[in-house]
Ligand binder design. Sequence first.
Ligand SMILES: Cc1ncc(C[n+]2csc(CCOP(=O)(O)OP(=O)(O)O)c2C)c(N)n1
Ligand SMILES: [Mg+2]
Length: 372
Amino acid sequence: MSSEQKEFNFSVNTISVMDENGKIVGELPKLTNDEIKELYKKMLTIRVYDEKTMKIQRQGRVGPYISYTGQEACQVGIVFTMRKDDWFFPTYRDSGALYARGMPLKDVLLYWMGDARGFKNSENNFPICIPVGTHPPHAAGAAFAAKIKGKDYVSVATFGDGATSRGDFYEAMNFAGVFKLPVIFAVQNNQWAISVPRNKQTASQTIAQKAIAAGIEGIVADGNDIFSVVKAMRYAIEKARSGKGATVIEFMTYRLGDHSSADDQKKYRDPVEVEMWKKKEPIERLKKFMLAKGLWNEKFEQDIIAEATQTAEKAVADAENIPSQKLDELFENIFSEMTPNLKEELEELKESYKDRSTESTNKVEKIEGSFP
Ligand SMILES: Cc1ncc(C[n+]2csc(CCOP(=O)(O)OP(=O)(O)O)c2C)c(N)n1
Ligand SMILES: [Mg+2]
């Protein structure tokens, strides 16, 4: 029996616009000076919010928290390119993206305080997905709905390198490939999944190439360069909106802090590696570019920090001072109509609260528990 060999050629494109010294090495995406300043403001603002939240977490005023410091270019750049009516599917690492998309700090803080009302009024953002990588199929499903309804909104799911080892990721890509869905799988490859390094996660040379088997395009972009993030996302969104299907973008970035407030990264990471990545971090990099263009000065910086600090302090006070949530409110926003199972669970919970003075959760219970 003879077999004929056929060659297949696949490629993964890479996008890199600005190097770690703020020097332009590729073609800039179209952005006005005001837009560049706005991107910088958003990145610095969400860093202030992140630092404030970590501080109050250490004081026991929020539950377990996940910081995104070092990943601000992804957090801001991914949502900057989205329309308000596009659908966003974030993970626990993406509080910054939710702020950048306009969700009030108070509401996201409520979520981390264990208060279900945080996401009650959130428009076109799915709630933060805590289980690793279970939401790419949801994003593909929402994209399928857009297609059936003949609407031109797109779905964007963000998740980490670790999540790409899950079957759900492959199922979502496969579905998106077959039906040419308007969905973007935005992988924030921050090199670690808690203590598991990228090279133990997959033997594949890139994560982006995993898209190829599903018949969709995979791109690698510099996730610590806001210009590369905007460029890659714009390309994928335009493609999705015009009916040309899905894209996987692997954003190369780095988690500068601990995995979560319950983690100690010093136990498993070489400080030399962390220092090396600090030199590539996204805010300093954009600052260098802006300084050279005359778009940055110390007053601009200090004004942003002052405004963000003031907003953060007010948001913390507002979140801490709202009346406790009612037990019903924990269940109400999950489905448009409560399922029989949920109704049963709610009754059980109410029963267990029977002997308490109030039919609501309180702050002490809210901050119990930890995040792996
Ligand atoms: C289904 C599931 N398994 C395990 C965990 C515990 N866990 C939380 S985060 C995490 C690592 C995820 O890494 P990655 O996808 O790279 O995202 P990152 O946290 O680095 O942003 C794990 C294993 C979980 N939350 N959900
Ligand atoms: Mg990771």
